[in-house]
Design a protein around this ligand. Structure first.
Ligand SMILES: [Zn+2]
Length: 70
């Protein structure tokens, strides 16, 4: 499922990979996908995007942070 999609309000496209882990597609500033294992790591990654001025929907971060960590 996608947490955020490219749109007027989002510079990022983030989803949970069916093979496991989380993906920031065409990560802005990196130019290729960014992958991490946990929702918490992706939430941190998205906060770093916000810190750089990239548009990230707050609810995407809230949703990731509310995922059970395993
Ligand atoms: Zn990214």
């Amino acid at each position: 499922m996608a947490y955020a999609r490219f749109s007027r309000d989002s510079d990022v496209y983030v989803y949970e990979d069916i093979r496991g882990g989380f993906v920031c597609e065409r990560c802005p500033g990196v130019g290729q996908e960014f992958r991490c294992a946990t929702a918490a790591e992706m939430a941190t990654h998205l906060r770093q995007h916000q810190a750089k001025g990239d548009l990230v929907p707050d609810d995407a971060i809230v949703e990731l942070e509310s995922e059970p960590s395993s």
